[in-house]
Design a protein around this ligand. Structure first.
Ligand SMILES: [Zn+2]
Length: 322
């Protein structure tokens, strides 16, 4: 017998009369619900028990992981060709679980993620034990952490964990440097408080430190040229990491074009707050006392401002080639 048509309720109007009836039900199979897997999922789980992950190839040559009986795009039956994939893969998207519930694979915060295993064309959903949400990102490389005793269940993969991309290991290298004839000559003069350059007779460029061939012309440099220990800051960087050669952090390293040279050399700038250093600033070498000098660039502590007016670098530097 046909029933009466349902009566429309106006939205937002509380029903008058007694509270609606309500009962709580729990559907649970405490001993588990046994069901057959079918050949495709069965193959997948059997391979998992042997710590292998397989997908199945579709007629269109795509690899479905986890495998399905039918191509979800076309509805066609899959080919029955199984392909081993992964075990590593790439996170596509994820949701962070701050408070795991009973039954979740991990008892600490983790991510549910879609993971595209290497060689697969579809993504698998699994847990990623990344430690913190900020460690998760699209493209994160992950690998399975296998359960100690696999049994043929998706939980044979306990979870995925990020691949190792960083390590911290002590580093120490001990080596000797032989500077060669040109640098030996340069350091001999540095010990005397003189900065030595070399002038190319072909292009007229003066190179500092002194060198015996012109990198531009390829010819031998035969003329030594002493250059000034004053110069102009052409460019600089403010460094916020400590360095044994620098007095304090932040410190400034700069390219300084010495008067009479055509190629700037790199050196520290000191005697001025880092934020006051600027391009075009005039500086002079601060030498250690003569009795402390060795054949080393440590003879120049740093370059300090001379107080001269800045050089307008857009119109060139006196004595310089820029
Ligand atoms: Zn040259």
């Amino acid at each position: 017998m046909p029933s009466d048509p349902p009566t429309a309720l106006s939205a937002g109007t509380p029903a008058a009369g007694p509270d609606p009836l309500e009962a709580r039900h729990v559907l649970e199979f405490p001993g588990g619900y046994t069901r057959s897997t079918g050949p495709v999922i069965g193959r997948f789980l059997t391979e998992l028990r042997d710590r292998r992950i397989v997908g199945v190839r579709t007629a269109g040559a795509r690899v479905l992981v986890p495998p399905l009986e039918y191509d979800p795009d076309t509805g066609e039956a899959v080919t029955g060709e199984y392909v081993e994939v992964g075990p590593a893969g790439t996170v596509q998207a994820w949701a962070w679980v701050r408070t795991p519930r009973a039954g979740h694979p991990l008892d600490r915060p983790f991510a549910w993620a879609t993971i595209r295993l290497d060689g697969a064309d579809t993504s698998l959903v699994h847990a990623v034990d990344a430690g913190a949400a900020k460690a998760m990102r699209p493209g994160l490389r992950v690998r399975p952490r296998w359960r100690e005793r696999p049994s043929g269940n998706i939980t044979d993969i306990e979870c995925f964990v990020p691949e190792v991309t960083m390590i911290n290991a002590p580093v120490r290298a001990e080596y000797r440097v032989r500077p060669g004839a040109a640098l030996t000559r340069f350091f001999t003069k540095i010990k005397d408080g003189v900065i030595l350059g070399g002038r190319c007779a072909t292009c007229d460029q003066v190179y500092v430190p002194y060198r015996t061939s012109c990198p531009s012309c390829g010819v031998l440099i035969q003329e030594e040229r002493e250059v000034s220990d004053t110069g102009t800051v052409t460019t600089f960087a403010i460094n916020n990491l400590p360095d044994p050669r620098a007095p304090e952090v932040p410190f400034v390293s700069a390219y300084i074009l010495l008067d009479g040279a055509d190629i700037p050399m790199i050196a520290l700038v000191g005697g001025v707050p880092a934020h006051e250093v600027r391009q075009g600033m005039r500086v002079r070498a601060v030498w250690v006392p003569p009795e402390e000098r060795t054949m080393s660039m440590a003879n120049i502590r740093w370059f300090a401002p001379t107080g001269e007016p800045d050089v307008d670098l857009s119109v060139g530097v006196p004595g310089g080639g820029v």
